[in-house]
Design a protein around this ligand. Sequence first.
Ligand code: 8YV
Length: 331
Amino acid sequence: GRKKPLVVISRKLPDAIETRMRELFDARLNVYDKALTQPELVAAVREADVLVPTVTDRIDAALIAQAGPNLKLIANFGNGVDNIDVAAAAAKGIVVTNTPNVLTEDTADMTMALMLAVPRRLTEGAAVLQGDGKWAGWSPTWMLGHRIWGKRLGIVGMGRIGTAVARRAKAFGLSIHYHNRRRVAPATEDALEATYWESLDQMLARMDIISVNCPSTPATFHLLSARRLALMQPTAYVVNTARGDIIDEDALVKMLESGKLAGAGLDVFQHEPAVNPRLVKLAGKGRVVILPHMGSATIEGRIDMGEKVIINIRTFFDGHRPPDRVLPSRV
Ligand code: 8YV
């Protein structure tokens, strides 16, 4: 038969996926759950037919420039492709794929979890019963948060994940507002009773909760800039399960510290895995809930993502267009 493609996988994946990859490919698995170093990545792109990176690998133009003649496919284990210079890959004839859809619902769930956790003071309350577990007892005026039902949710980025967040939030009694490059289909808008805001500025000024659900691209870098964050009401909350660099994190921190925003629920940060210690401090005070990039972290989701990677690789080497090809024009 045909020679199996040499597939370099940058991170440890679920066992079931690694087993299948070993059967199907000449799979170079990463047995250490540690990101490949830069020299290891260079060696990988020089030699491999396929590279399977994750969000923790920077596949930039400089790295792609060093790719060998075999490298035909970068099959990202992840939905966001901000870690890959898709245009540079395309210029070298390298196809890029991602893993959409399978992590939509999990990420939307985590968005709701943060949307509830911050106003309802979930981590603060949980902390009372941790450590020595001493609780002075219930009181009518103690540990009061804010309700989320009846409030206005503004979704920045009404794609797959934004829409899944909207469906959930509607069921929780929030009214749905969104900003997107273009309006979604009327049927979707009707089903969600969603209001479209062409002006992000105007939407920000009127919302109780903002949820960031757009991809990180050059156009969305610091989309929530200091100027735009300042448009928000001091009673408003921000939730981000997309990418840290969509928000000017320094500006956000300053506004949270000075009480110009009520709180934030963040699963992503500008300089992961580093987290601004001032955010950690705010989290200790209960104004902020921070999670270490767990939005899609379910075992079912990771297996689904792995299967998608496998399907993309197999389809490509069968001579067909892989189902999750990412076109440079879309980035
Ligand atoms: C993963 C994600 O943590 O898919 C994404 O865009 O942020 C998460 O699902 C990560 O990307 C895996 O590479």
